[in-house]
Design a protein around this ligand. Structure first.
Ligand SMILES: C[S@@+](CC[C@H](N)C(=O)[O-])C[C@H]1O[C@@H](n2cnc3c(N)ncnc32)[C@H](O)[C@@H]1O
Length: 234
């Protein structure tokens, strides 16, 4: 007899809720969120951790993933720029999800899905080698040394990321924190990625199809310097 997988214990250190939501945002969450679901991701609805049917979700289009989309501006921009691609975004912060839902009401793309939670739960149900591009844009910096193991660029996240990315897939990381650059360049190649930089312009100049995010705007206002790191899954 086979047993369903055991729900792992996962600490989550970020914020799930911030300041008060506007009435319109409460309505987006109540009325719209379910329609953007990529399928059964949560443990309650999918205790056996059946893989998502991405073929059906995006009608066979290539699938990209954005981790921690914040207010969703970059995701909506990429979805509009690449209609032949499906993009799954995940974000546990309810205020960010509500912001994205407002943008989706206006743009109404047919190539976006939202997991309103932790990327680790999404990784569980993404098929192996199913994602052609992943974005990690201004991940939580966790500046204190004793908190570095909470960062995304640790084996707990990089192992499942490597599993779900196709060979040759692109992984983009943006950060304004020099020590985050250090840890990313140390850890990501250990998980089967090659850093594609040939010279300083490769990490100083944003990607051609870049749209600056809310967090990047804040970093720039506060005098911090963005770094744009591009990896290929080998
Ligand atoms: C510093 S913010 C950057 C947001 C956005 N990418 C931007 O550039 O404006 C980092 C985001 O990652 C999200 N995050 C943190 N842990 C996460 C996890 N385990 N899964 C998905 N998103 C996560 C946070 O909720 C937060 O919104």
């Amino acid at each position: 007899m086979s047993h369903p997988p055991q729900r792992p214990h996962r600490n989550f250190y970020g914020r799930r809720r911030g300041k008060h939501l506007r009435e319109s945002q409460e309505a987006y969450l109540a009325e719209d969120l379910a329609a953007w679901s990529p399928g059964p991701v949560g443990w309650d609805e999918n205790p056996d951790r059946r893989p998502l049917d991405l073929e059906a979700l995006f009608a066979g289009r290539e699938v990209w993933l954005e981790v921690g989309f914040g207010g969703g501006e970059h995701m909506v921009h990429q979805a509009a720029l690449h209609p032949d691609t499906g993009i799954i975004g995940c974000e546990p912060y309810i205020n960010g999800i509500a912001m994205l839902l407002g943008k989706l009401r206006r743009a109404n793309p047919d190539n976006v899905a939202i997991h309103p939670g932790d990327v680790r739960d999404l990784f569980d149900v993404l098929p192996d080698a199913s994602i052609a591009r992943a974005f990690l844009l201004y991940p939580d910096p966790w500046p204190k040394a004793r908190h570095h193991r909470r960062r995304f660029v640790t084996p707990e996240h990089l192992e499942p990321l490597a599993r779900v990315l196709k060979p040759g897939a692109i992984f983009r990381v943006a950060t304004d924190i020099p020590d985050y650059v250090r840890q990313t360049l140390q850890e990501v190649p250990r998980h089967g990625f090659a850093w594609l930089a040939e010279g300083p312009s490769d990490w100083r100049v944003p990607w051609d199809d870049w749209l600056s995010t809310r967090y990047e705007q804040k970093a720039l206002r506060e005098g911090r310097v963005p770094h744009y790191l591009t990896f290929r899954r080998v």
